[in-house]
Write a protein that binds this ligand. Sequence first.
Ligand SMILES: [Zn+2]
Length: 544
Amino acid sequence: MSFQVSARKYRPQSFETVLGQEHVTVTLKNAIIRERIAHAYLLTGPRGVGKTTTARIIAKSINCLNPQDAEPCNQCANCKAITAGQSIDFIEIDAASNRGIDEVRSLTESVRYSPVDMKYKVYIIDEVHMLTKESFNAFLKTLEEPPEHTIFIFATTDVHKVPITIISRCQRYDFRRIPLDIIKAGLREIADKENITIDDKTLTLIAKKADGGMRDAESFFDQATAFSGDKIEYSSVIKVFNFIDEDIYFEVTDGLLIKDFKMPFMVCDRVYKNGWSFIDFFNGLLEHFRNILSVAATKDTSLLESAAVYFERYKQLAKSFSEGDLLRVMNYLSKLLSELRFSQNHKLRSELALSQLTGFETTETITGLIGMLGKTSAGETIKIERAAPAQTSTPPSEDEKKKSEPTVEAAESAVGLPDAKSGGPVPAVTAESAMQSASEATESNPASETASPYLPGGQEPETTPSPENDLIEEPEISMEFEHTPDDDIPQYEPETPIQIHNQLMSEKKFFASLSKKTPLPEPEKPETDPYVRFIIDKLGGREI
Ligand SMILES: [Zn+2]
Protein backbone atom coordinates (compact mmCIF):
# COMPACT_ATOMS: atom_id res chain seq x y z
CA MET A 1 0.00 0.00 0.00
CA SER A 2 1.29 3.43 -0.87
CA PHE A 3 2.27 5.94 1.79
CA GLN A 4 -0.59 7.76 3.39
CA VAL A 5 -0.10 10.83 5.54
CA SER A 6 -0.85 10.38 9.22
CA ALA A 7 -3.69 12.89 9.12
CA ARG A 8 -5.56 10.62 6.70
CA LYS A 9 -4.32 7.29 7.95
CA TYR A 10 -5.24 8.04 11.53
CA ARG A 11 -8.31 10.17 10.86
CA PRO A 12 -10.84 9.47 13.61
CA GLN A 13 -13.67 7.26 12.41
CA SER A 14 -15.94 7.56 15.45
CA PHE A 15 -17.09 10.30 17.82
CA GLU A 16 -15.08 8.65 20.57
CA THR A 17 -11.78 9.10 18.80
CA VAL A 18 -12.17 12.78 17.85
CA LEU A 19 -9.55 14.53 19.99
CA GLY A 20 -10.34 17.35 22.38
CA GLN A 21 -13.88 18.15 21.16
CA GLU A 22 -15.98 16.25 23.68
CA HIS A 23 -18.38 19.17 24.11
CA VAL A 24 -19.39 18.70 20.45
CA THR A 25 -19.16 14.95 19.99
CA VAL A 26 -21.06 14.04 23.15
CA THR A 27 -23.90 16.42 22.26
CA LEU A 28 -24.12 15.09 18.73
CA LYS A 29 -24.11 11.50 19.90
CA ASN A 30 -26.91 12.17 22.36
CA ALA A 31 -28.93 13.96 19.71
CA ILE A 32 -28.54 11.04 17.30
CA ILE A 33 -29.47 8.50 20.01
CA ARG A 34 -32.67 10.47 20.70
CA GLU A 35 -33.27 10.84 16.96
CA ARG A 36 -33.29 14.60 17.27
CA ILE A 37 -31.33 15.19 14.08
CA ALA A 38 -31.24 18.75 12.78
CA HIS A 39 -31.50 19.42 9.05
CA ALA A 40 -28.46 21.73 9.05
CA TYR A 41 -25.30 21.89 11.14
CA LEU A 42 -22.64 24.55 11.21
CA LEU A 43 -19.26 23.42 12.52
CA THR A 44 -16.84 26.27 13.19
CA GLY A 45 -13.34 26.46 14.63
CA PRO A 46 -9.64 26.78 13.77
CA ARG A 47 -8.09 24.67 11.03
CA GLY A 48 -7.26 21.04 11.60
CA VAL A 49 -9.26 20.49 14.79
CA GLY A 50 -11.69 17.91 13.44
CA LYS A 51 -14.59 19.72 11.79
CA THR A 52 -14.69 17.81 8.52
CA THR A 53 -13.87 14.59 10.32
CA THR A 54 -16.84 15.11 12.64
CA ALA A 55 -19.08 15.95 9.66
CA ARG A 56 -18.18 12.62 8.07
CA ILE A 57 -18.78 10.76 11.30
CA ILE A 58 -22.25 12.36 11.53
CA ALA A 59 -22.98 11.22 7.98
CA LYS A 60 -21.89 7.69 8.81
CA SER A 61 -23.59 7.58 12.18
CA ILE A 62 -27.06 8.49 10.82
CA ASN A 63 -26.70 6.16 7.84
CA CYS A 64 -24.94 3.23 9.52
CA LEU A 65 -26.75 -0.07 9.26
CA ASN A 66 -25.43 -1.29 12.62
CA PRO A 67 -24.87 1.78 14.77
CA GLN A 68 -23.65 1.10 18.28
CA ASP A 69 -24.66 3.78 20.72
CA ALA A 70 -24.74 6.33 17.86
CA GLU A 71 -21.21 5.38 16.82
CA PRO A 72 -20.81 4.18 13.20
CA CYS A 73 -19.72 0.59 12.83
CA ASN A 74 -17.33 1.43 9.98
CA GLN A 75 -17.95 -2.07 8.65
CA CYS A 76 -21.28 -1.89 6.87
CA ALA A 77 -21.69 -0.95 3.20
CA ASN A 78 -22.88 2.56 4.01
CA CYS A 79 -20.02 3.30 6.39
CA LYS A 80 -17.48 1.98 3.91
CA ALA A 81 -19.02 3.94 1.03
CA ILE A 82 -18.93 7.19 2.99
CA THR A 83 -15.37 6.57 4.22
CA ALA A 84 -14.29 5.98 0.64
CA GLY A 85 -16.35 8.91 -0.62
CA GLN A 86 -18.09 6.69 -3.13
CA SER A 87 -21.74 7.06 -2.19
CA ILE A 88 -24.18 8.91 -4.38
CA ASP A 89 -26.00 10.11 -1.26
CA PHE A 90 -22.92 11.59 0.33
CA ILE A 91 -21.85 14.81 -1.37
CA GLU A 92 -18.79 16.68 -0.13
CA ILE A 93 -18.18 20.07 -1.69
CA ASP A 94 -15.35 22.50 -1.22
CA ALA A 95 -16.97 25.92 -1.19
CA ALA A 96 -13.67 27.59 -2.01
CA SER A 97 -13.73 26.14 -5.52
CA ASN A 98 -17.52 25.94 -5.94
CA ARG A 99 -18.49 29.32 -4.67
CA GLY A 100 -20.53 30.66 -7.59
CA ILE A 101 -24.29 30.89 -7.91
CA ASP A 102 -24.38 28.26 -10.67
CA GLU A 103 -22.78 25.59 -8.50
CA VAL A 104 -25.15 26.33 -5.64
CA ARG A 105 -28.14 26.32 -7.98
CA SER A 106 -27.29 22.88 -9.35
CA LEU A 107 -26.74 21.70 -5.79
CA THR A 108 -30.14 22.89 -4.63
CA GLU A 109 -31.66 21.25 -7.69
CA SER A 110 -30.16 17.88 -6.70
CA VAL A 111 -31.50 18.29 -3.18
CA ARG A 112 -35.00 17.51 -4.43
CA TYR A 113 -34.13 13.89 -5.20
CA SER A 114 -34.48 11.35 -2.45
CA PRO A 115 -31.50 9.32 -1.23
CA VAL A 116 -30.82 6.23 -3.27
CA ASP A 117 -28.98 3.84 -0.95
CA MET A 118 -29.11 5.48 2.40
CA LYS A 119 -31.57 6.87 4.88
CA TYR A 120 -30.23 10.41 4.66
CA LYS A 121 -28.70 12.37 1.84
CA VAL A 122 -25.83 14.33 3.40
CA TYR A 123 -24.21 17.45 1.92
CA ILE A 124 -20.95 18.53 3.51
CA ILE A 125 -19.90 22.01 2.41
CA ASP A 126 -16.38 22.80 3.59
CA GLU A 127 -15.11 26.36 4.02
CA VAL A 128 -18.66 27.58 3.55
CA HIS A 129 -17.65 31.19 4.26
CA MET A 130 -16.09 31.25 0.77
CA LEU A 131 -19.47 31.21 -0.92
CA THR A 132 -20.51 34.44 -2.59
CA LYS A 133 -23.33 36.57 -1.26
CA GLU A 134 -25.59 35.46 -4.10
CA SER A 135 -24.77 31.81 -3.44
CA PHE A 136 -25.72 32.19 0.21
CA ASN A 137 -28.97 33.82 -0.82
CA ALA A 138 -29.68 31.00 -3.26
CA PHE A 139 -29.27 28.61 -0.35
CA LEU A 140 -31.65 30.33 2.02
CA LYS A 141 -34.91 28.83 0.82
CA THR A 142 -33.52 25.28 0.60
CA LEU A 143 -31.96 25.61 4.01
CA GLU A 144 -35.17 26.89 5.57
CA GLU A 145 -37.28 23.97 4.42
CA PRO A 146 -35.05 21.21 3.09
CA PRO A 147 -36.66 18.03 1.84
CA GLU A 148 -36.98 15.30 4.39
CA HIS A 149 -33.95 13.02 4.60
CA THR A 150 -31.61 15.76 3.46
CA ILE A 151 -28.98 17.06 5.85
CA PHE A 152 -26.53 19.90 5.35
CA ILE A 153 -23.32 20.10 7.29
CA PHE A 154 -21.34 23.31 6.86
CA ALA A 155 -17.76 23.64 8.10
CA THR A 156 -15.91 26.93 8.35
CA THR A 157 -12.80 28.43 9.87
CA ASP A 158 -14.27 31.92 9.62
CA VAL A 159 -17.80 32.00 10.92
CA HIS A 160 -17.87 35.82 10.86
CA LYS A 161 -18.07 35.72 7.09
CA VAL A 162 -21.14 33.50 7.13
CA PRO A 163 -24.36 35.54 6.92
CA ILE A 164 -26.46 35.54 10.05
CA THR A 165 -29.41 34.34 7.95
CA ILE A 166 -27.50 31.12 7.29
CA ILE A 167 -26.24 30.75 10.86
CA SER A 168 -29.74 31.12 12.27
CA ARG A 169 -30.96 28.22 10.15
CA CYS A 170 -28.29 25.85 11.46
CA GLN A 171 -27.35 24.14 14.68
CA ARG A 172 -23.99 25.66 15.47
CA TYR A 173 -21.08 23.81 17.09
CA ASP A 174 -17.86 25.61 17.98
CA PHE A 175 -14.70 23.52 17.86
CA ARG A 176 -11.80 24.47 20.11
CA ARG A 177 -8.07 24.38 19.72
CA ILE A 178 -6.85 21.03 20.95
CA PRO A 179 -4.85 21.29 24.20
CA LEU A 180 -1.13 20.59 24.02
CA ASP A 181 -1.34 17.47 26.15
CA ILE A 182 -4.00 15.91 23.95
CA ILE A 183 -2.03 16.62 20.77
CA LYS A 184 1.04 15.09 22.41
CA ALA A 185 -0.96 12.02 23.41
CA GLY A 186 -2.32 11.74 19.85
CA LEU A 187 1.17 11.97 18.35
CA ARG A 188 2.53 9.52 20.88
CA GLU A 189 -0.13 7.02 19.82
CA ILE A 190 0.82 7.41 16.16
CA ALA A 191 4.53 7.09 17.03
CA ASP A 192 3.85 3.87 18.92
CA LYS A 193 1.80 2.44 16.07
CA GLU A 194 4.50 3.36 13.56
CA ASN A 195 7.32 2.15 15.86
CA ILE A 196 8.97 5.56 15.88
CA THR A 197 11.11 6.65 18.81
CA ILE A 198 10.62 10.25 19.89
CA ASP A 199 11.26 11.85 23.28
CA ASP A 200 8.86 14.09 25.16
CA LYS A 201 10.88 17.26 24.53
CA THR A 202 10.77 16.77 20.75
CA LEU A 203 7.13 15.75 20.81
CA THR A 204 6.30 18.90 22.78
CA LEU A 205 8.17 21.04 20.28
CA ILE A 206 6.15 19.62 17.37
CA ALA A 207 2.84 19.77 19.26
CA LYS A 208 3.46 23.37 20.33
CA LYS A 209 4.25 24.44 16.81
CA ALA A 210 0.92 22.98 15.64
CA ASP A 211 -0.86 25.60 17.78
CA GLY A 212 -3.87 23.50 18.70
CA GLY A 213 -4.39 21.85 15.31
CA MET A 214 -4.02 18.09 15.13
CA ARG A 215 -3.66 18.05 11.35
CA ASP A 216 -0.71 20.46 11.50
CA ALA A 217 0.86 18.38 14.28
CA GLU A 218 0.52 15.24 12.16
CA SER A 219 2.03 17.00 9.15
CA PHE A 220 5.04 18.13 11.20
CA PHE A 221 5.37 14.65 12.59
CA ASP A 222 5.35 13.10 9.10
CA GLN A 223 7.97 15.58 7.91
CA ALA A 224 10.20 14.87 10.92
CA THR A 225 9.84 11.14 10.28
CA ALA A 226 10.79 11.63 6.64
CA PHE A 227 14.00 13.37 7.74
CA SER A 228 14.96 11.29 10.77
CA GLY A 229 13.57 7.84 10.09
CA ASP A 230 12.56 5.71 13.04
CA LYS A 231 14.24 7.87 15.66
CA ILE A 232 13.27 11.50 15.75
CA GLU A 233 15.89 13.66 17.48
CA TYR A 234 15.31 17.08 19.00
CA SER A 235 18.25 18.59 17.15
CA SER A 236 17.09 17.28 13.79
CA VAL A 237 13.57 18.65 14.31
CA ILE A 238 15.06 22.05 15.15
CA LYS A 239 17.11 21.84 11.97
CA VAL A 240 14.33 20.62 9.66
CA PHE A 241 11.70 23.14 10.71
CA ASN A 242 14.11 25.84 11.85
CA PHE A 243 12.18 25.96 15.13
CA ILE A 244 13.57 28.13 17.88
CA ASP A 245 15.40 26.00 20.42
CA GLU A 246 13.58 26.46 23.74
CA ASP A 247 16.85 26.29 25.65
CA ILE A 248 17.63 29.79 24.43
CA TYR A 249 14.84 31.21 26.62
CA PHE A 250 16.40 29.65 29.70
CA GLU A 251 19.71 31.21 28.66
CA VAL A 252 17.98 34.59 28.68
CA THR A 253 16.43 34.16 32.13
CA ASP A 254 19.67 32.79 33.57
CA GLY A 255 21.51 35.81 32.13
CA LEU A 256 18.95 38.21 33.61
CA LEU A 257 19.30 36.70 37.07
CA ILE A 258 23.07 37.11 37.20
CA LYS A 259 22.97 40.40 35.29
CA ASP A 260 25.18 39.05 32.54
CA PHE A 261 25.45 41.81 29.94
CA LYS A 262 27.15 39.44 27.52
CA MET A 263 23.95 37.40 27.21
CA PRO A 264 21.96 39.85 25.00
CA PHE A 265 24.67 39.85 22.36
CA MET A 266 25.27 36.09 22.45
CA VAL A 267 21.55 35.31 22.26
CA CYS A 268 20.78 37.81 19.49
CA ASP A 269 23.73 36.57 17.50
CA ARG A 270 22.40 33.02 17.72
CA VAL A 271 18.89 34.10 16.68
CA TYR A 272 20.36 36.03 13.78
CA LYS A 273 22.71 33.28 12.57
CA ASN A 274 19.98 30.63 12.70
CA GLY A 275 17.72 32.85 10.66
CA TRP A 276 15.04 32.82 13.34
CA SER A 277 12.59 35.66 13.34
CA PHE A 278 13.23 38.10 16.19
CA ILE A 279 9.47 38.57 16.50
CA ASP A 280 9.00 34.80 16.91
CA PHE A 281 11.86 34.78 19.40
CA PHE A 282 10.31 37.49 21.58
CA ASN A 283 6.88 35.85 21.30
CA GLY A 284 8.50 32.68 22.59
CA LEU A 285 10.27 34.63 25.35
CA LEU A 286 6.95 36.17 26.37
CA GLU A 287 5.44 32.70 26.56
CA HIS A 288 8.45 31.59 28.61
CA PHE A 289 7.79 34.36 31.17
CA ARG A 290 4.11 33.44 31.08
CA ASN A 291 5.11 29.91 32.07
CA ILE A 292 7.24 31.20 34.95
CA LEU A 293 4.37 33.40 36.11
CA SER A 294 1.92 30.50 35.93
CA VAL A 295 4.16 28.43 38.21
CA ALA A 296 4.77 31.38 40.55
CA ALA A 297 1.06 32.17 40.77
CA THR A 298 -0.36 28.65 41.00
CA LYS A 299 2.59 26.95 42.74
CA ASP A 300 1.89 24.16 40.29
CA THR A 301 3.15 22.99 36.92
CA SER A 302 -0.21 21.78 35.58
CA LEU A 303 -0.74 24.94 33.52
CA LEU A 304 2.72 24.84 31.99
CA GLU A 305 2.77 24.61 28.23
CA SER A 306 6.14 23.02 27.99
CA ALA A 307 7.99 19.72 27.93
CA ALA A 308 8.19 17.79 31.19
CA VAL A 309 11.98 18.10 31.18
CA TYR A 310 11.66 21.83 31.79
CA PHE A 311 9.22 21.60 34.73
CA GLU A 312 11.94 21.58 37.40
CA ARG A 313 13.68 24.56 35.83
CA TYR A 314 10.42 26.50 35.74
CA LYS A 315 9.90 25.75 39.42
CA GLN A 316 13.34 27.15 40.20
CA LEU A 317 12.78 30.24 38.04
CA ALA A 318 9.42 30.89 39.71
CA LYS A 319 11.28 31.19 43.01
CA SER A 320 13.90 33.54 41.54
CA PHE A 321 11.50 36.12 40.07
CA SER A 322 8.80 38.02 41.91
CA GLU A 323 5.36 38.26 40.31
CA GLY A 324 5.81 42.03 40.04
CA ASP A 325 9.07 41.67 38.12
CA LEU A 326 7.58 39.05 35.82
CA LEU A 327 4.66 41.31 34.98
CA ARG A 328 7.03 44.20 34.38
CA VAL A 329 9.17 42.13 32.01
CA MET A 330 6.11 40.80 30.18
CA ASN A 331 4.72 44.29 29.83
CA TYR A 332 8.06 45.45 28.43
CA LEU A 333 8.18 42.55 25.97
CA SER A 334 4.62 43.21 24.77
CA LYS A 335 5.50 46.81 23.99
CA LEU A 336 8.73 45.70 22.35
CA LEU A 337 6.86 43.31 20.04
CA SER A 338 4.68 46.07 18.68
CA GLU A 339 7.76 48.28 18.29
CA LEU A 340 9.71 45.59 16.46
CA ARG A 341 7.17 45.46 13.65
CA PHE A 342 8.19 48.98 12.69
CA SER A 343 11.88 48.61 13.44
CA GLN A 344 14.37 48.57 10.58
CA ASN A 345 17.15 46.79 12.45
CA HIS A 346 15.67 43.96 14.47
CA LYS A 347 19.00 42.68 15.75
CA LEU A 348 20.12 46.03 17.15
CA ARG A 349 16.74 46.73 18.71
CA SER A 350 16.67 43.24 20.24
CA GLU A 351 20.16 43.57 21.71
CA LEU A 352 19.19 46.88 23.23
CA ALA A 353 15.96 45.44 24.62
CA LEU A 354 17.65 42.44 26.22
CA SER A 355 20.36 44.69 27.66
CA GLN A 356 17.69 46.89 29.16
CA LEU A 357 16.00 43.84 30.65
CA THR A 358 19.35 42.76 32.09
CA GLY A 359 19.71 46.18 33.68
CA PHE A 360 16.25 46.04 35.29
CA GLU A 361 16.40 46.38 39.04
CA THR A 362 14.11 44.15 41.02
CA THR A 363 11.14 45.91 42.51
CA GLU A 364 9.74 45.65 46.00
CA THR A 365 6.01 45.26 46.19
CA ILE A 366 3.97 46.90 48.90
CA THR A 367 3.07 43.42 50.11
CA GLY A 368 6.74 42.57 50.30
CA LEU A 369 7.55 45.71 52.26
CA ILE A 370 4.73 45.07 54.69
CA GLY A 371 6.01 41.53 55.04
CA MET A 372 9.49 42.86 55.82
CA LEU A 373 8.07 45.26 58.40
CA GLY A 374 6.11 42.45 59.98
CA LYS A 375 9.24 40.35 60.22
CA THR A 376 11.40 43.00 61.83
CA SER A 377 8.77 44.15 64.30
CA ALA A 378 8.54 40.60 65.56
CA GLY A 379 12.25 39.96 65.20
CA GLU A 380 15.20 40.29 67.51
CA THR A 381 16.34 43.67 66.29
CA ILE A 382 13.36 45.26 67.96
CA LYS A 383 14.14 43.64 71.24
CA ILE A 384 17.56 45.24 71.18
CA GLU A 385 16.07 48.64 70.52
CA ARG A 386 13.55 48.10 73.23
CA ALA A 387 16.38 47.90 75.72
CA ALA A 388 16.57 51.68 75.57
CA PRO A 389 12.98 52.30 76.66
CA ALA A 390 13.41 49.68 79.38
CA GLN A 391 16.10 51.85 80.95
CA THR A 392 13.51 54.50 81.65
CA SER A 393 12.73 52.90 84.95
CA THR A 394 16.35 53.11 86.14
CA PRO A 395 17.44 56.32 87.83
CA PRO A 396 19.07 58.73 85.42
CA SER A 397 22.58 59.77 86.34
CA GLU A 398 23.51 63.35 87.14
CA ASP A 399 25.17 63.78 83.75
CA GLU A 400 22.11 62.59 81.95
CA LYS A 401 20.03 64.98 84.00
CA LYS A 402 22.19 67.86 82.89
CA LYS A 403 21.93 66.84 79.28
CA SER A 404 18.18 66.55 79.43
CA GLU A 405 15.74 69.27 78.54
CA PRO A 406 15.22 72.27 80.79
CA THR A 407 11.71 71.20 81.70
CA VAL A 408 13.05 67.96 83.10
CA GLU A 409 15.78 69.78 84.96
CA ALA A 410 13.21 72.04 86.43
CA ALA A 411 11.13 69.15 87.60
CA GLU A 412 14.12 67.50 89.13
CA SER A 413 15.39 70.64 90.71
CA ALA A 414 12.00 71.04 92.28
CA VAL A 415 12.63 67.75 94.00
CA GLY A 416 16.24 68.53 94.72
CA LEU A 417 15.66 71.85 96.43
CA PRO A 418 14.16 70.69 99.69
CA ASP A 419 16.93 68.14 100.15
CA ALA A 420 19.54 70.77 99.44
CA LYS A 421 17.96 72.94 102.06
CA SER A 422 17.83 70.21 104.65
CA GLY A 423 21.38 69.16 103.69
CA GLY A 424 20.39 65.53 103.34
CA PRO A 425 21.73 63.25 100.61
CA VAL A 426 19.96 63.24 97.31
CA PRO A 427 17.81 60.11 97.30
CA ALA A 428 18.12 57.72 94.41
CA VAL A 429 14.80 58.43 92.83
CA THR A 430 13.48 57.40 89.48
CA ALA A 431 12.49 60.06 87.07
CA GLU A 432 8.86 59.16 87.54
CA SER A 433 8.98 59.21 91.28
CA ALA A 434 10.84 62.50 91.03
CA MET A 435 8.03 63.92 88.97
CA GLN A 436 5.53 62.48 91.39
CA SER A 437 7.37 64.04 94.32
CA ALA A 438 7.52 67.30 92.44
CA SER A 439 3.79 67.42 92.12
CA GLU A 440 3.39 66.48 95.76
CA ALA A 441 5.98 69.03 96.70
CA THR A 442 4.09 71.81 94.99
CA GLU A 443 1.10 70.95 97.11
CA SER A 444 2.43 69.97 100.52
CA ASN A 445 6.04 70.99 100.93
CA PRO A 446 6.57 74.61 101.84
CA ALA A 447 9.73 74.51 99.78
CA SER A 448 7.57 74.25 96.72
CA GLU A 449 6.91 77.96 97.03
CA THR A 450 10.57 78.54 96.49
CA ALA A 451 10.77 75.82 93.90
CA SER A 452 8.02 77.17 91.67
CA PRO A 453 9.81 80.32 90.53
CA TYR A 454 12.70 78.14 89.35
CA LEU A 455 10.49 76.45 86.83
CA PRO A 456 10.84 77.94 83.37
CA GLY A 457 7.68 79.44 82.03
CA GLY A 458 6.35 80.52 85.38
CA GLN A 459 3.96 78.64 87.59
CA GLU A 460 2.50 76.29 85.04
CA PRO A 461 5.09 74.91 82.67
CA GLU A 462 3.83 72.58 79.97
CA THR A 463 5.33 69.44 81.31
CA THR A 464 4.59 70.08 84.93
CA PRO A 465 2.59 67.11 86.05
CA SER A 466 -0.98 67.85 86.86
CA PRO A 467 -3.92 65.60 87.74
CA GLU A 468 -5.41 66.08 84.26
CA ASN A 469 -2.19 65.23 82.49
CA ASP A 470 -1.74 61.46 82.27
CA LEU A 471 1.91 61.73 81.38
CA ILE A 472 3.74 59.73 83.93
CA GLU A 473 2.61 56.26 84.55
CA GLU A 474 5.27 53.67 84.15
CA PRO A 475 3.04 50.69 83.31
CA GLU A 476 1.48 52.65 80.50
CA ILE A 477 4.86 53.47 79.04
CA SER A 478 6.02 49.90 79.01
CA MET A 479 2.71 48.72 77.58
CA GLU A 480 2.94 51.21 74.76
CA PHE A 481 6.39 50.09 73.84
CA GLU A 482 5.37 46.47 73.82
CA HIS A 483 2.51 47.02 71.45
CA THR A 484 3.31 50.00 69.30
CA PRO A 485 3.54 48.34 65.90
CA ASP A 486 5.90 50.76 64.24
CA ASP A 487 8.25 51.45 67.09
CA ASP A 488 11.04 49.85 65.09
CA ILE A 489 11.26 52.94 62.91
CA PRO A 490 13.98 54.90 64.65
CA GLN A 491 12.61 58.41 64.61
CA TYR A 492 14.81 59.69 67.39
CA GLU A 493 16.55 58.32 70.40
CA PRO A 494 14.44 58.93 73.46
CA GLU A 495 16.57 60.01 76.33
CA THR A 496 14.28 60.81 79.17
CA PRO A 497 11.04 59.32 80.36
CA ILE A 498 9.23 62.55 79.70
CA GLN A 499 10.45 62.67 76.11
CA ILE A 500 9.43 59.10 75.61
CA HIS A 501 6.09 59.66 77.16
CA ASN A 502 5.46 62.85 75.21
CA GLN A 503 6.28 61.08 71.99
CA LEU A 504 3.91 58.30 72.86
CA MET A 505 1.20 60.73 73.75
CA SER A 506 1.62 62.58 70.48
CA GLU A 507 1.44 59.30 68.60
CA LYS A 508 -1.66 58.35 70.51
CA LYS A 509 -3.24 61.66 69.64
CA PHE A 510 -2.25 61.23 66.00
CA PHE A 511 -3.82 57.80 65.74
CA ALA A 512 -6.85 58.95 67.69
CA SER A 513 -7.29 61.77 65.19
CA LEU A 514 -6.99 59.27 62.35
CA SER A 515 -9.60 57.00 63.80
CA LYS A 516 -11.86 59.99 64.22
CA LYS A 517 -11.54 60.81 60.56
CA THR A 518 -12.21 57.42 59.04
CA PRO A 519 -15.79 56.53 59.87
CA LEU A 520 -18.36 58.62 58.15
CA PRO A 521 -21.37 59.36 60.24
CA GLU A 522 -24.27 57.22 59.22
CA PRO A 523 -26.86 59.53 57.78
CA GLU A 524 -30.24 59.34 59.26
CA LYS A 525 -32.48 57.19 57.20
CA PRO A 526 -35.93 58.54 57.01
CA GLU A 527 -38.23 55.70 57.82
CA THR A 528 -41.34 57.49 56.72
CA ASP A 529 -40.94 57.93 52.98
CA PRO A 530 -40.30 54.53 51.30
CA TYR A 531 -39.04 56.15 48.07
CA VAL A 532 -36.43 58.27 49.86
CA ARG A 533 -35.48 55.27 51.91
CA PHE A 534 -35.06 53.15 48.78
CA ILE A 535 -32.85 55.74 47.05
CA ILE A 536 -30.66 56.20 50.12
CA ASP A 537 -30.29 52.47 50.49
CA LYS A 538 -29.33 52.19 46.81
CA LEU A 539 -26.67 54.88 47.26
CA GLY A 540 -25.14 53.05 50.19
CA GLY A 541 -26.59 55.41 52.76
CA ARG A 542 -24.60 58.39 51.50
CA GLU A 543 -25.76 61.63 50.13
CA ILE A 544 -24.42 62.96 46.87
ZN1 LIG B 1 -21.87 1.11 9.69
